[in-house]
Design a protein around this ligand. Structure first.
Ligand SMILES: [Mn+2]
Length: 443
């Protein structure tokens, strides 16, 4: 996915100096659940989907044929992949029969390139984990069984043709892919508890943040955290997420690390992970202070950077946490240096707009779509990789030309805060006094 979910489950109690009313964002686990006809909570996914997923996994292990796992590249995706890998081998599938594939930088599982790779490997079973869901033709033309495990927004029938799927997206509080995979796999073999529980916490903290309360409907992970302290899990999240953000995009190194250990501790000293993390930290610092520009209506803040590293999501998340303005809804970081000729962008909901409810709730995907709703030509040129991901954390990859047009439609730099014409030609530098007005003093 171009924009992995990073919907932090932090409890946000904040006070401003002006003694405004306290803003309390409810704990993630308290989101009301869906219930079936008997009043039973449906979580983390519809029961029929979970049972079908178990059936496919059992059948795959028994059939002992070539199996391909396509996990997403972040902590949640890699953990989902490792959970499934451990499950299949515990059930007797020889590891030689399992291959794992990561599309190179700039491509994704929905690309033609991935289809060619799949065809070369000619798998009997394909597992697509945490990749985001989109409607497409079959991933592979020959006879095969495909299972999609996901938690991203999916349009009606938004899965590859012929694939079975299990998705957490419609069962709030939306579980991570790793937690869903854990829930599916855990009952399949008695050895799994030890092997996969820590991975479920690794992936879940990766997507939902460190402060998630493991309260119902989330499973009780007390024993897991006793054995694998939260600090180690959380530090491991940062390390595992580093290679896919580095310029070299060495996702395989993160996978090799995660699949070869039985807990988070050895990850903390892994040299490849630490080097990648160092590089990404340097790059983030380098770009973390570019001043934002605002859309015409001041609802979107845009930060423009130029980095070969995938630091745009981190920078968007950071600024979303401290930009302060009543009108502001979305913080967008656009990276003009990640891929040649392309702009990769990430959007996050501004902290102050996160508590909105009902009609007022910020939906990034629909906001982005509404900006181009009247320009069908531009919309079609923006392509399928525009406005992907979650309502709360979306993004895309678009060509530079379309980015310029999209920026014009947003009216970036045309907000009321714009400097007068005369000053427009000056080299734009952040004005300390103006900028300060957007910051919330850390409490
Ligand atoms: Mn995920």
């Amino acid at each position: 996915m171009t924009s992995p979910a990073k919907r932090k489950a932090e409890s946000q109690v904040e006070t401003t100096k002006a003694k405004k009313a306290k803003l309390v964002v409810p704990e993630y686990h308290t989101t009301p659940s869906r219930r079936d006809e008997e009043g039973e909570i449906v979580w983390p996914a519809p029961r029929g989907q979970i049972e079908r997923a178990r059936e496919v996994i059992r059948e795959c292990a028994k059939t002992k044929k070539s199996t391909l796992i396509l996990p997403d590249k972040d902590a949640d995706g890699l953990s989902s992949g490792a959970i499934l890998h451990h499950t299949l081998t515990s059930l007797g599938l020889p590891s030689e029969l399992i291959s794992v594939y990561f599309p190179p930088k700039g491509s994704n599982v929905h690309d033609e390139m991935t289809r060619e790779t799949i065809a070369e490997k000619s798998p009997a079973y394909i597992f697509v984990l945490d990749q985001g869901s989109r409607k497409s033709g079959p991933l592979y033309k020959e006879a095969h069984t495909c299972l999609v495990v996901d938690h991203h927004f999916a349009e009606e029938g938004g899965f590859p043709e012929g694939a079975d799927y299990v998705t957490a997206h419609d069962c709030p509080p939306v579980a991570t892919s790793s937690l869903l995979t854990y829930n599916i796999c855990l009952p399949l073999h008695p050895d799994l508890e030890d092997k996969i529980s820590w991975l479920a916490t690794l992936g879940t903290h990766g997507d939902l943040g460190n402060s998630l309360k493991w309260q119902p409907p989330f499973p009780d992970m007390t024993a897991t955290f006793k054995k694998n302290p939260k600090k180690a899990i959380n530090d491991a999240v940062g390390l595992v997420n580093a290679p896919r953000r580095s310029a070299a995009y060495n996702v395989a190194a993160a996978w090799d690390a995660v699949i070869s250990v039985d807990g988070p501790k050895p990850l903390l000293t892994n040299a490849k992970l630490r080097d990648a993390q160092f590089e990404v930290k340097q790059e983030t610092e380098k770009w973390a202070h570019v001043p934002p520009k605002f859309s015409r209506d001041a609802t979107i803040a845009v930060l423009t950077i130029k980095s070969a590293a995938q630091v745009h999501p981190v920078i968007a998340t950071r600024w979303a946490g401290f930009l302060k303005s009543d009108k502001l809804e979305i913080v967008m970081c656009a990276n003009e240096g990640y891929l040649p000729g392309k702009v990769n962008f990430s959007c996050r909901v501004a902290k102050h707009a996160r508590a909105r409810d009902g009609d007022q709730k910020v939906d990034i995907i629909s906001t982005l779509e509404s900006i181009v709703a009247d320009d069908s030509d531009l919309r079609s040129r923006l392509g399928e990789s525009f406005a992907r991901g979650h309502k709360e954390a979306s993004g895309g990859i678009i060509n530079t030309q379309e980015w310029e047009e999209f920026k014009k439609l947003m009216g970036v730099g045309e907000s009321a805060r714009r400097k007068p014409e005369g000053a427009a030609k000056e080299k734009k530098k952040p004005q300390a006094n103006t900028l300060k007005n957007y910051f919330v003093k850390a409490s």
